[in-house]
Design a protein around this ligand. Structure first.
Ligand SMILES: NC(=O)c1ccc[n+]([C@@H]2O[C@H](COP(=O)([O-])OP(=O)(O)OC[C@H]3O[C@@H](n4cnc5c(N)ncnc54)[C@H](OP(=O)(O)O)[C@@H]3O)[C@@H](O)[C@H]2O)c1
Length: 267
């Protein structure tokens, strides 16, 4: 089968088409014929090996898996002996390490049925980004009807799902993005949009029950300023950490605005 691969860390332009043996599914695995593979920020990190703290996991000197890609949409080609949830011919989407290839193997639990009205390309753009937004808003912040939610980076991969999910949970959403994305963010359901090129989201005195920071790299002090006293801050990550600092990721639950907050990732 054909795959895009690189045996060394570096610029994504060094990825080359190579020939590999088609993988064989284990008992709990599914073999997917790839129709579309998603590219999110994480793929760039794994191809470049940056920031360095990811290398104990991704491979110290070179990528452990030369074929990048995680998000996938495609058709089930074969299933392992223990798999009952999928069968050959099913249209699926989810995550599979090494999805920049004609075929990829992944545990059955990492796949879901693709809705028929969703194209393969659209489905492959969902898993990593939408899941990060879902975990942040539903599992960490527990957004509920009537909450006021601020999404920073609302026009990006995670943030654009964040706006839609927060609206679906019944929240009133304010999105922060650059000028060119104001229309997009409004069309996704944001009631208010702050253009961070012209305005400071922390300047107006408005406070939010939940802040989802997807790339804005605002200081913790500025983020605190816009949070309600018992509000929740969820930091998805940002690209401002350079080669050595991992993008800060996490959530401090319901206590982040206390002065004694021990957040290790305070900026
Ligand atoms: N923890 C996880 O599981 C997880 C999962 C996915 C992603 N991440 C990380 O989370 C971050 C966001 O991922 P993504 O896929 O959403 O990236 P993305 O598509 O590049 O979006 C990031 C957004 O940040 C915005 N931004 C940049 N500078 C800003 C500023 N000064 N003020 C406000 N907004 C600013 C940009 O918006 P404008 O262009 O409008 O300025 C951009 O749309 C990345 O660092 C990624 O690696 C973490």
């Amino acid at each position: 089968m054909k795959a895009m691969a690189s045996r060394a860390y570096g610029d994504p332009s060094q990825l080359r088409r190579i020939e590999l043996d088609r993988p064989t599914p284990g008992p709990g695995d599914v073999l997917v014929r790839v129709h579309a593979a998603g590219v999110d920020q994480g793929v760039w990190h794994l191809v470049t090996g940056l920031p360095y703290p990811i290398r104990p996991v991704s491979g110290l000197r070179r990528p452990k898996n030369p074929v990048p890609g995680l998000d996938v949409a495609g058709v089930v080609e074969a299933v392992g002996a223990d798999v009952t949830a999928s069968r050959p011919g099913d249209e699926v989407f989810g995550t599979a390490a090494g999805s920049f290839a004609e075929y990829v193997v992944t545990p059955a639990a990492k796949l879901a049925r693709k809705p028929a009205r969703l194209s393969f390309a659209a489905a492959a753009a969902v898993p990593t980004s939408a899941f990060a937004a879902l975990q942040g808003l539903r599992d960490k912040a527990r957004v509920k009807d009537g909450d006021r939610v601020l999404v920073i980076g609302a026009g990006g991969g995670v943030g654009s799902y964040g706006v839609q999910l927060a609206r679906a949970f019944g929240a009133e959403v304010t999105g922060v993005c650059s000028t060119a994305k104001v229309g997009l963010v409004r069309s996704l359901g944001a009631t208010d949009v702050v253009d961070h090129i012209r305005e400071d989201f922390a300047a107006g005195g408005r406070r939010y029950d939940v802040v989802l920071d997807c790339g804005g790299h605002a200081s913790l002090a500025r983020l605190r300023r816009v949070l309600e006293p018992r509000g929740t801050l969820v930091i998805i990550g940002s690209e401002y950490g350079g080669r050595w600092l991992a993008a800060q990721t996490g959530s401090c639950g319901r206590c982040c605005c206390r002065r004694s907050c021990p957040s290790a990732w305070a900026r």
